[in-house]
Design a protein around this ligand. Structure first.
Ligand code: C2E
Ligand code: CA
Ligand code: CA
Length: 605
């Protein structure tokens, strides 16, 4: 039944997806008969049989469900006598079809046809309820098929007797605040939609939505009101999508909407409706006006791109909107950089590059706004790709986070950067006290090795722990994983400093920040840009500076691009800044030149 050579892992993934969808159906209170139908349909789809059937003896429910994939399957079920299907169901319920076996089906017209069946009993809470089976004209026996079938049959059992337990599963897969599907369920849906779209030859649209300045709303109107806002947004998104369940909360103030069977115009129209709906619901005078959204739109023609690709493109388009600083929507365009490397090929390419030593570290100066001296550097990963040249982190970090390669990659960046900075501290007089900041991703923080690796890197290079700052993105705190706090405390004990990165882009409230031992707050570029672009920018930045001062944190302003932003930050007594106005990220040898002669700095921008 599995296509020859198809790896079992992909069948497993598909099965998991199928089970999640079935759970959704059950939890949504879809009538049992339809749930059983859905289970059969998933089974023929995944296992490639001609037809599937469930025959139950449970009271009060339709006692059969069928599905088919091929014309032969349809004919077969249409023509089969109920008695012969019933008999096969009984064999399955007695466990006689755990191994594929020949069966004969009598047709209503009188003739019989010989087929192969594989099946499994249907149980629920210890009770035998009937059987589920697959039929095919030819069907090689395959153990994993029975396992998948059993898993699906297990859910048929749940649908039949215990709707409540499926509701519990539903709760685990959904965001508690909004009731929308969470990230893993959404990813699964996107994957399923793309596969279905490929079969049907239609396009699929995706919206990546980020609420603008949500954290400011959070801080000003309080946590509860902010949750109310999230719920309102969820309602608006649900109303906009064509299927009631196509919207998801992807963490913090980020949402996604899947638009099945949508081409470019359809997806843009969907994005328009989302923008309007959000603009309508959120009028918060306390937050200084309405709350906007940045919406990235991506569209995949049938078979054109993988789930990761579609999601990444929508996100890239969303970030383009964010760069403009004032909300709106954009359709993904290859000029936005996009992953030149297909996400499916990324793992292998990245692995090879790590082995070949193709990772590079670039350094961007952190500058004292008081003295305009370089007080430290942020290490930023670059990939010297054999074909595409120097790739920025946007093209590979999130992929590396997904496939786990961020662990070796992060270690390499840390080791190389610690060695460079320790050397500069020794060799360049004015750099004797300079610091190093490195970015740490969630998987690094959640794994158990980080603290040891950092201790070893410091040891090997002689860089003192106080000279190292670990930058952790604000968005990491939304999940509220308890191990994150433990790990941060460990790193702090080591003597390293902790910085909260991209402050203002996630939805962390004051509470979150107070809970963890941060030393430094990095104000996101979006807010710095606001200082030169609109009148309301300054109070927002000022409130962040005040907050940091109250919490005893130092501040680094990110992304200073011009003299106006610099002057305003200086006037507000912001201590440290970083941005193209001073210098772009540069390779180690160039950074050494800047350290030796900082007067080259502004001209380097
Ligand atoms: P980030 O940590 O927020 O790093 C700052 C980013 O802002 C850098 O982008 C930097 O080039 C850019 N930037 C600095 N000043 C300006 C400015 O004035 N204007 C503009 N428009 N941009 C400015 P980059 O190097 O592309 O890195 C992007 C992100 O990739 C980083 O954002 C960080 O989240 C991630 N990243 C980079 N290296 C690493 C790494 O080694 N490990 C991990 N986990 N993440 C990394
Ligand atoms: Ca950073
Ligand atoms: Ca940042």
């Amino acid at each position: 039944m599995s296509d020859a050579g198809r790896p079992a892992a992909s069948t497993c993934r598909e099965a998991l997806g199928a089970i999640l969808r079935v759970q959704e159906f059950i939890a949504a209170g879809v009538p049992v008969q339809r749930v059983l139908q859905e289970i059969c349909a998933e089974a023929v789809d995944i296992l490639g049989a001609d037809a599937a059937a469930i025959v139950t003896t449970a009271d009060g429910v339709g006692n059969r469900a069928f599905a088919w994939r091929t014309d032969e399957g349809r004919e077969l079920i249409d023509a089969a006598s109920p008695a012969s299907l019933w008999a096969i169901g009984q064999s399955a319920s007695r466990g006689e079809l755990d191994v594929a076996a020949p069966v004969s089906i009598r047709k209503e017209a009188g003739q019989a046809s010989e087929l192969i069946a594989i099946g499994t009993p249907l149980h629920a809470e210890g009770q035998a309820l009937g059987g589920m089976f697959l039929l095919s004209a030819s069907m090689p026996p395959d153990r994993s098929d029975v396992d998948v079938l059993k898993a699906l049959a297990g859910h048929a059992g749940i649908a039949l007797v215990d709707v409540k337990s499926a509701r519990r599963v539903h709760e685990a897969m959904h965001d508690a605040i909004t009731g929308l599907p969470g990230e893993s369920l959404f990813h699964d849906r996107v994957e399923h939609a793309l596969a279905a779209a490929e079969r049907r030859g239609v396009s699929t649209g995706l919206l990546s939505i980020d609420l603008d300045v949500f954290s400011a709303v959070n801080d000003r109107v309080g946590h509860e009101a902010a949750e109310g806002v999230l719920r309102d947004v969820a309602k608006a998104l649900t109303a906009v999508g064509r299927a009631a369940d196509s919207a998801a909360r992807l963490g913090g103030d980020r949402f996604g909407v899947l638009l099945e069977d949508a081409d470019r115009n359809g997806a843009l129209a969907g994005a328009d409706r989302v923008a309007e709906a959000i603009a309508e619901i959120v009028e918060l005078p306390q937050a200084g006006g309405g709350l906007g959204a940045s919406i990235g739109v991506s569209v995949a023609r049938p078979g054109e791109c993988s789930r990761e690709g579609l999601l990444q493109r929508a996100e890239l388009a969303m970030r383009e909107v964010k760069k403009s600083g004032r909300g709106g929507l954009r359709l993904y365009h290859p000029d936005m950089g996009g992953p030149r490397i297909d996400p499916a090929a990324l793992t292998l390419a990245l692995k090879e590059s790590l082995e070949h030593g193709d990772m590079r570290v670039h350094y961007q100066p952190l500058v004292s706004l008081l003295t305009e001296e370089i007080v430290g550097v942020e290490a930023l990963a670059r990939w010297q790709h054999p074909e595409y040249g120097m790739l920025p982190p946007d093209e590979f970090i999130s992929g590396a986070e997904t496939n786990g390669l961020i662990l070796p990659l992060g270690r390499e960046i840390l080791e190389a950067a610690a060695a460079d900075v320790a050397r500069w501290r020794r060799e360049i007089e004015s750099a004797a006290r300079m610091t190093l900041s490195v970015n740490i991703s969630a998987p690094q923080l959640k794994g158990g090795r980080l603290t040891g690796e950092i201790a070893r890197a410091l040891d090997a290079t002689g860089l003192p722990a106080e000279a190292l700052t670990l930058e952790v993105s604000e968005s990491l705190f939304i999940g509220d994983d308890p191990s994150v706090g433990d790990r941060l405390a460990e790193l702090r004990d080591l003597g390293a400093k902790l910085a909260i990165d991209d402050y203002g882009t996630g939805c962390s409230s004051l509470g979150y920040i107070q809970e963890y031992p941060f030393d430094i707050l990095k104000i996101d570029r979006r807010f710095v840009r606001g200082l030169s672009e609109n009148r309301d920018g300054a109070p927002l930045v000022q409130s962040m500076l005040t907050l940091a001062e109250q919490l005893g944190m130092r501040v680094i302003a990110e992304g200073i691009e011009n003299a106006i932003e610099l002057a305003q930050l200086k006037a507000m007594r912001c201590e440290i800044g970083q941005g193209f106005y001073f210098a772009r990220p540069v390779p180690a040898d160039r950074l050494a030149e800047l350290l030796a002669d900082p007067s080259q700095m502004l001209s380097a921008a």
